[in-house]
Ligand binder design. Structure first.
Ligand SMILES: C[C@H](OP(=O)(O)O)C(=O)O
Ligand SMILES: [Mg+2]
Length: 308
């Protein structure tokens, strides 16, 4: 399979086995691919478990920052997936690694995010200012003069169900200090759930803070190659023999293209074949990275080749 070949090919029949025989590792996105919310995609557990039985390395690369690696391993076990926490690369874990190893952060984080992010940050020795509700009080003059922790050297934004005006205001005040780092977990604007439903994603929260601060955050999640770098630093993987399976063209498939992986779009999440074909026909070089090599209705379409 070379990148020179026709792209956005429907994967079926003999092509499935041919593709699987050409890779040693399969990287699965989570939301919209192996599960939607707390419901496994039908057939997904069999696909993951059979790939492992056949000796493939299987990893999970998710932009979702709401769980630690341990929490993900527990969810996977509960849903019947054969997976260990070392095989899961979520943005709570990867963001902490990014701040520690790339930013070499010396100081605290003002965190807009989950308790999982707090746990992963503290696991690498980075303190943060607290998670949970933060409601507005006082008058506008008070808001502009909220006390700032002098040890805070970075604002980090991930999925935060307690996102609020006051949190955005505090981030705004910290980010007025130009030496304060600004990092986001991901830009996914919606989170696909069961029944074709969705809720606003982290990208909406990050855009709000960026708009207020008039600054652009570094983002750790897909399509940033850092997520793959994290994985490749722990496991011996050959990009040429890796397959990235995702439901979003602008994150999963673009990450795969950015890292030289084979790419497979599944239609159980956000993006559609029409989206992919529009990128393909655009003639715009940048958009070609969002055209998958292959697509399937669901990863369950891989089953016949795995059960044969
Ligand atoms: C949708 C995304 O998760 P992923 O699809 O990368 O697992 C997210 O939770 O923002
Ligand atoms: Mg997804």
């Amino acid at each position: 399979m070379t990148s020179a070949k026709k792209k956005c090919t429907r994967l079926s029949g003999a092509l499935v086995r041919q593709l699987l025989d050409s890779v040693d590792s399969v990287l699965f996105d989570c939301d919209g691919v192996i599960w939607r919310g707390d419901q496994a995609v039908p057939g997904a557990t069999q696909v993951v478990n059979l790939l492992k039985e056949k000796g493939k390395k299987v990893f999970f690369v998710t932009n979702n920052s709401s769980k630690t690696r341990k929490m993900y391993a527990e969810k996977m076990s509960a849903l019947g997936f054969d997976a260990t926490e070392d095989e899961v690369f979520g943005t709570a874990y990867c963001c902490a690694a990014y701040l520690k190893t790339v930013c070499e952060l010396r100081g605290k984080v003002f965190l807009i995010g989950s308790d999982a992010m707090r746990q992963e940050l503290e696991a690498v020795g980075i303190q943060q200012t607290g998670v949970g509700p933060d409601h507005v009080s006082g008058k506008q003059a008070d808001w502009a003069n909220v006390p700032l922790d002098p040890e805070v050297k970075a604002v980090v934004v991930g999925f935060d169900e307690h996102f609020s005006y006051m949190k955005m205001n505090r981030a705004f005040q910290y980010l007025a200090q130009r030496d304060c780092l600004f990092v986001g977990t991901n830009r996914d604007t919606r989170l696909p759930l069961e029944g074709g439903k969705a809720v606003p994603g982290t990208g909406c929260l990050l855009l709000a803070v960026e708009t207020a601060a008039q600054r652009q955050a570094e983002t750790v999640g897909k399509p940033n190659h850092f997520m793959f770098d994290c994985l490749a630093s722990k496991f011996d993987v050959n990009p040429d023999r890796c397959l990235m399976v995702g439901d979003r063209l602008d994150t999963d498939i673009l990450l795969g293209s950015n890292c030289g992986l084979k790419t497979l779009l599944t239609l159980t999440g956000v993006s559609t074949v029409a989206d992919a074909e529009a990128h393909q026909k655009s003639g715009c070089t940048e958009r070609q990275g969002m055209v998958p090599d292959y697509y399937v209705e669901s990863i369950a379409d891989l089953l016949p080749a795995l059960q044969g």
